[in-house]
Design a protein around this ligand. Structure first.
Ligand code: GLN
Length: 549
């Protein structure tokens, strides 16, 4: 039978519950246990797929095509295992299920209420993955902050489960903030005391308190927190600010968070944590031997969470290349033919980001042209690939009106067009081409050198595609469709063989990069950027000792 760990948060949002949950999961996995993490989000959207990135950051897509919270990306990057639709549940999805059941007559004669019907549905979802026999431990992160109206039913569900389960089958971790008051030169425990009190009023007594803090917790402070929050002193865990999120599993190991959980859950079948690969990665990350500047061309660059998986993929690929990847954010809306040289001349590689709608696309097209003509390593993802296709059509094939019907529905030259199966769809939620699809790779191409395989599976999230009516014209002019879906013939990868590194992919490779398995296109892109930098500087980059990414 699986054991359950619930993670709640108090005092403020953005304390990094997802990172703490992922770090604990990593440690338990490194001890030989089978672990997964799920996230419960208190908002009413059925999933985050319809949310603007400014609202909630990137939408992470799972292998089975679920549009989920970006925390699932952290779970996969830490654990190198896949999550699924079952790993992310929102209030909207819970209500949708209950209301659908009500319409079907499942509760006939009964008044449908938050307690027990909504809480029962939450509990059912909380236990679902534990019933598959695939996991020893299920960690459930409860979104929001204790005290929010929205998260009440989730906390109530945790209370009921705690009551129903045996003592050693579940535990609750509460993550809080211990602020440091500079003027008083003191750490303050009062907000934590209040937050734990609030949680207790809702019926849940935490077993472990994880304290985010800028300053080390003294034994006296730990004792005070333990006493007033009613936990053992060893269960007060210090989570000091770390230079990189990937350091957190090691800090949690030093604080024995995993050992305390194993003890409370009465688990004895485990070994010492095996973290060799993880530590090697951290060493490479901390001590890079070279440096590259990569331009990230997008329209949401003010908000780093919008490109979370891309940025993390660069961290993984940089470490693999022992190279510091400096991201230079370039707002696509402000790139013009006049300023492109000035904006991009310091770069060693250019990534054109995914996106929707027409804002900023002309800037993206100008940037692609610059990369193509100046032999600057280029990597286009989804919309970025579509922009590379449009640029080639306009400037190489001479099809001056070439466009995507997403931005110009009546274009006479639709080189990017709506996929046939999308034409009848009007609803927005969960209706894109989503999740992993196979892709066959052409031999002798850059893609085949990168992947070293004939068949790959990558994840998608789009509605438009390369229009195959133009394929012959593109291939005659030197653009190669090096990856295609074997069943539908949809073009998944394009590249330019007469360029040192020019690749565009219709899918999202950033969704499958992890610490222990960096995504190969990112790894090769950084390698190409390093070569570009070396050639340009004509000298090896200086060794950067001790510089963190
Ligand atoms: N808007 C484009 C499409 O739907 C690209 C999507 C993306 O970049 N994820 O096809």
């Amino acid at each position: 039978m699986a054991k359950y760990i619930f993670v709640t948060g108090g005092v403020t949002s953005s304390l990094g519950k997802g990172i703490i949950a992922a770090s604990l999961a990593k440690l338990l996995q490194a001890r030989g246990l089978r672990v997964t993490i799920q996230k419960f989000d208190p908002y009413i959207n059925v999933d985050p797929g319809t949310l603007n990135p400014y609202e909630h950051g990137e939408c992470f897509v799972t292998e089975d095509g679920a549009e989920t919270d970006l925390d699932l990306g952290h779970y996969e990057r830490f654990l190198s295992t896949f999550t699924s639709q079952a790993n992310n549940v929102t209030t909207g999805r819970i209500y949708q299920t209950v209301i659908n059941k009500e319409r079907e007559g499942a509760y006939l004669g009964k008044t449908v209420q938050v307690v027990p019907h909504i809480t029962d549905e939450i509990k059912r979802r909380m236990l679902l993955l534990g019933q598959t026999n695939q996991y020893d431990i299920i960690i459930s992160e409860i979104g929001g902050t204790v005290g929010d109206i929205e998260s009440l039913p989730f906390i109530e569900a945790v209370r009921q489960l705690q009551w129903e389960m045996a003592e050693e089958d579940c535990l609750v971790i509460h993550l809080t903030l211990i602020p440091y008051l500079k003027a008083a030169k003191e750490l303050k425990t009062k907000p934590t005391q209040h937050s734990v009190k609030l949680l207790s009023q809702e019926g849940v007594n935490p077993d472990i308190i994880v304290c985010r803090t800028e300053e080390p917790l003294s034994p006296e402070i730990r004792k005070k927190i333990a006493l007033f929050c009613n936990v053992k002193q060893e269960a007060v865990i210090e989570a000091a600010d770390a230079p990189t999120i990937y350091e957190v599993p090691l800090t949690m190991m030093r604080e024995k968070l995993d050992v305390i959980c194993l003890k409370k859950l009465n688990l004895t079948d485990y070994h010492e944590p095996e973290l060799t690969k993880w530590k090697e990665f951290l060493d490479k990350l901390k001590y890079p031997k070279s440096k590259v500047n990569i331009g990230l061309i997008g329209k949401y660059i003010e908000l780093q969470d919008a490109y979370k998986s891309i940025l993390e993929s660069f961290v993984h690929a940089g470490a693999m290349n022992e190279c510091k990847v400096q991201i230079v954010n370039v707002h696509s809306e402000f790139i013009t033919t006049e300023n492109v040289g000035e904006k991009l001349s310091n770069l060693d590689g250019l990534l054109v980001a995914p996106g929707f709608g027409h804002r900023g696309i002309e800037g993206k097209i100008i940037a692609v042209k610059y990369a193509r003509e100046n032999k600057l390593p280029f990597f286009g993802i989804c919309l970025g690939m579509q922009m590379a296709v449009i640029e080639f059509a306009r400037n190489v094939l001479g099809l001056r009106d070439a466009h995507s019907t997403e931005m110009q529905p009546d274009t006479p030259t639709p080189v990017i067009d709506l996929m046939a199966e999308q034409k009848k769809i009007t609803a927005k939620g969960g209706t894109m081409r989503l999740g992993a699809y196979p892709c066959s790779i052409k031999e002798g191409t850059l893609a085949s050198r990168i992947y070293g395989k004939k068949e790959i599976r990558e994840r998608h999230r789009h509605r438009w595609e390369f229009n195959n009516a133009y394929l012959q014209q593109f291939e005659q002019a030197g653009m190669v469709a090096s990856g295609k879906n074997p069943e539908s013939d949809l073009v998944e990868i394009i590249e330019l063989p007469n360029h040192p590194f020019f690749i565009g992919v219709q899918y999202h490779p950033e969704l499958k990069s992890s610490v222990e398995n960096p995504q190969p296109i990112f790894v090769h892109f950084i390698k190409a950027a390093k070569e570009f930098a070396e050639e340009r500087n004509n000298v090896k980059n200086p060794v950067l000792q001790g510089e963190m990414i």
